[in-house]
Design a protein around this ligand. Sequence first.
Ligand code: ZN
Ligand code: ZN
Length: 402
Amino acid sequence: MKRTILTLVASMVALASSAQYYQNKTNPDILHITEPRTQQRVNFEIPQVNGYNVYKADLHTHTIFSDGQMTMDYRIREAWMDGLDIYAVTEHMEYRPHEETFIKWMKGYIREDVKGAKNHRINYSEADSDGIQVDLNLPYEQAVKLGKQFNVTIIPGIEVTRTPATIGHFNALFIKDANKIYDADPEKAIRNARKQGALIMHNHPGWSRTSLEMTDFEQRVYDKGLIDGVEIMNGVEFYPKAIERAKRYNLFMSSNTDVHRTSYEVYQMNGHYRNMTLILAKDRSLESIREALEAKRTLAFSFGTVAGDEKLLQDLFNASVKVVYSAVEKPGRIYLQFENKSSIDFLIRFGESGDLARLEGGKSIFLRHKDGNDTNLIVENMWSEKGRTVTIDLKPYLEAAK
Ligand SMILES: [Zn+2]
Ligand SMILES: [Zn+2]
């Protein structure tokens, strides 16, 4: 008992002595218990790949302007803190359940007979143009102001939101006027967006479905060339079959949060970076980002897994991981020091039968390569159209090591 108390006292002294108090400059009666602190950004680093910078984007987001729970101000600060460079505004065009609350709150300003004074949820069978009375461009206008402040590039967009099981959801990115896209016919809405020069991304293709089988509507819009990109990862969902589809239809691949609550509770609280679409672009201007999407220079990152085009995955790995040192332990055995310059953890092994090693982001490890070991390095947490593993030819590394 005595020892417990002594330990307790000792630890309290240690705590007290490590604490520092900061007196408020204008009111000396205020003590700040910790040093004044501003927001902190997570630096998610990836070296240049094929001469391009790798930008971190979220191409699918929500705020209180549709069915999200946070304000735009919070979203942009959150994007910056989470390490993003690019944020797309993609509120649901036809699903805005907070609208009724706003209208009730503002009842003193609104005439009784105003149209649209109802909880506007899309009625899938009779999506009515009367339901949209709000200015759908306002979310983007807010985001742009905040984006300038936080150095986050904002893509203007909107989510065309129809019955998940038959039609699905489509993000129109790089739109000009969100108020001129709606049409009860979803294909017409997509065409209206394309007329403005938008790129169309098919969202969460497996969500609320029993398989990734394409519906008639999907088949039609894909075959007509109205789709430019597809989410192969959305929130905690990953659709490996969508990689093959993206290759077949020549689409950019993305991984997005579709964030409705805070990113913290889905990702950081569980020890993860948030989902990101990695975009290989010249710079972070809208023109360059768009050019990169059109050239399909994107990869998808979600919960430590990277997915996309096989060649691009290999290029990203080779740009991130180098053999920086080698030593011959004895004939036929070489120690190789692998250095990982990116923030991504890679799970690697020599061939199918090699032991699995974790090469953490920003760290180096030694691996022993023995004669007879496979000269292919398999990266377990990379997925391409060919499946789970992406193989890197180790011979150049071994040569470089000599
Ligand atoms: Zn959606
Ligand atoms: Zn969404």
